[in-house]
Design a protein around this ligand. Structure first.
Ligand SMILES: [Zn+2]
Length: 310
């Protein structure tokens, strides 16, 4: 069969294809040329942030990919996922960071009051301290895991938390959940679908989120995978809590098995995010989640070895 005949058969079998509009020669502003990380903005962020470790240090916003933007501080991630029907905000950083987060959202050309839902990683002041203030500023609803909701409603760190001893003086404004989510729950706004996975370990309520981020027809998975560091206050021993250790190990296995696409962590430096956005490291590798899980496992094993040596 000649190429010409083949083409004719294909058209006859798929008349819809024949009617499809030709691809535009000049891609619009949402086209693939505008899909990837905004390197100029990330360079500006780097310059402004320097080597600060301040959780609340303001950073300028930068597109991560498609309709997902980094609007957080120099050291704590906050992501804005946008759609014409409204947006989702992922994490809130500290209460002190809220003015800069709102300014970042506006600087990108979006309205804070168009945020419909706020979802979070884990119930520590550096990730949910700004939640109550952002709810007030945006009118958004809040989706939390049940254990996170119980803690965030108090505005105090969970007394059972492995870091209780060092975080107990970091109270934050309490906030309440409008919806309780668990593994497999989906938060929807217009075309947006953010899927939750419970990843307990760092805290009991630890939550990770993944979604498709699109620029025109080009879509990629973004995985916001929660912290998995086994940090302990001086009085806490993981070895006294085998159920916590077992939970952590299940979380490592679940994360290792994922294809995370574009990995983002609640502290951007942990996944080398800004170097990756700048093209100084691979933006998304197929082993990123496996390597991230291995890092967590190594940290927990080191902590257990330290406890055993005492
Ligand atoms: Zn943190």
């Amino acid at each position: 069969m000649s190429a010409k005949t083949l083409a004719f058969v294909a058209l006859a079998l798929a008349p819809g294809l024949a009617l499809a509009k030709p691809a535009p020669t000049n891609p619009d502003r949402t086209g693939p040329d505008r899909a990837g990380p905004d390197r100029a903005a990330t360079t500006a962020l780097r310059q402004q942030c320097g080597a600060t470790e301040d959780f609340s240090a303001p950073a300028p916003p930068a597109r991560l990919f498609g309709n997902t933007y980094y609007v957080g501080t120099c050291t704590v991630s906050v992501l804005l996922v946008t759609s014409p029907q409204g947006h989702v905000l992922v994490d809130t950083a500290t209460e002190q960071a809220v003015p800069s987060i709102l300014a970042n959202i506006k600087a990108l050309g979006f309205r804070p009051e168009d945020i419909r839902w706020i979802v979070t990683s884990h119930e520590h002041f550096d990730h949910v301290g700004g939640l109550a203030a952002l709810v007030k500023a945006t009118g958004a609803k809040v989706a939390l895991s049940a254990p996170a909701a119980a803690v965030i409603a108090t505005g105090k760190v969970d007394p059972a938390d492995s870091q209780y001893g060092v975080l107990k003086d970091h109270d934050f404004a309490p906030a309440k959940a409008d919806r309780i989510v668990a593994s497999g729950s989906v938060v929807r706004v217009g075309p947006l679908r953010l899927t939750m996975s419970a990843t307990p370990g760092h805290t009991t309520g630890s939550s990770s989120w993944s979604w498709q981020s699109c620029a025109g027809k080009q879509c990629r998975t973004v995985s916001y995978v929660d912290s998995i560091s086994a940090l302990a206050a001086p009085a806490y021993r993981f070895s006294d809590h085998p159920e916590v250790v077992a939970r952590f190990r299940r979380t490592f296995a679940a994360i290792a098995a994922r294809q995370c696409g574009i990995l983002v962590t609640p502290h951007p430096s942990v996944s080398n995010l800004f170097d990756r956005m700048l093209g100084k490291a691979p933006f998304a590798g197929k082993n990123d989640c496996r390597e991230y899980a291995a890092m967590g496992r190594k940290g927990l094993d080191a902590q257990l070895a330290k406890e055993a040596a005492k």
